[in-house]
Write a protein that binds this ligand. Structure first.
Ligand code: 5GP
Length: 140
């Protein structure tokens, strides 16, 4: 299917909408999920325009998983989370709601259930604080 450049992550990549970045390199961008399922929920996207994992080039996929690993450890450390979930959805039937491939990085804590998927917007100050904490770990 043709890539739709009107999706919200394409707009984030073009800096047309605000977001809280935690990491960026030539091929990838990581930023806070605006409706997090847990504290410290980060999204990692490739700069290559691709809707699903199956549309992504191997080169971009390698860069993407490298950033996922880097940012996941930083989020786990910054949030002092004993566990961390990595999630990636392909297609509406799988629950994908934004048509630019992304990995979810979700810190997990014992007895803390996940909040709903893409349901409740977090306070801007909260997202800013967590982004700063994760960036600090990456820059240490
Ligand atoms: P998907 O359902 O496609 O796997 O996940 C899309 C994710 O994007 C959801 O977790 C949702 O909360 C997040 N999201 C949706 N719109 C925005 C937005 O405008 N900004 C940010 N930072 N995250 C968003």
């Amino acid at each position: 299917m043709a890539y739709d450049g009107h999706n919200i992550f394409a707009k984030i990549l073009r800096r047309e909408v605000p977001f809280f970045a935690v990491y960026e390199d030539d091929a990838t961008l990581a930023f806070m999920d605006a409706m997090p399922q847990a504290d410290g929920h980060v999204l990692v996207i490739p700069k290559e325009p691709a809707e699903t994992l199956f549309d992504l080039s191997d080169e971009a996929a390698k860069a993407l998983i490298t950033t996922v690993k880097l940012v996941a450890l930083a989020a786990k450390t910054a949030m002092q989370a004993p566990g961390l979930m990595v999630m990636q959805l392909n297609g509406e039937a799988a629950g994908q709601t934004v048509s630019h491939i992304h990995f979810h990085i979700i810190p997990r804590f014992p007895n803390v259930p996940l909040r709903g998927h893409a349901q409740v917007p977090a306070a801007t100050d909260t997202l800013k604080t967590f982004a700063g904490q994760i960036r600090n770990v990456l820059q240490a």
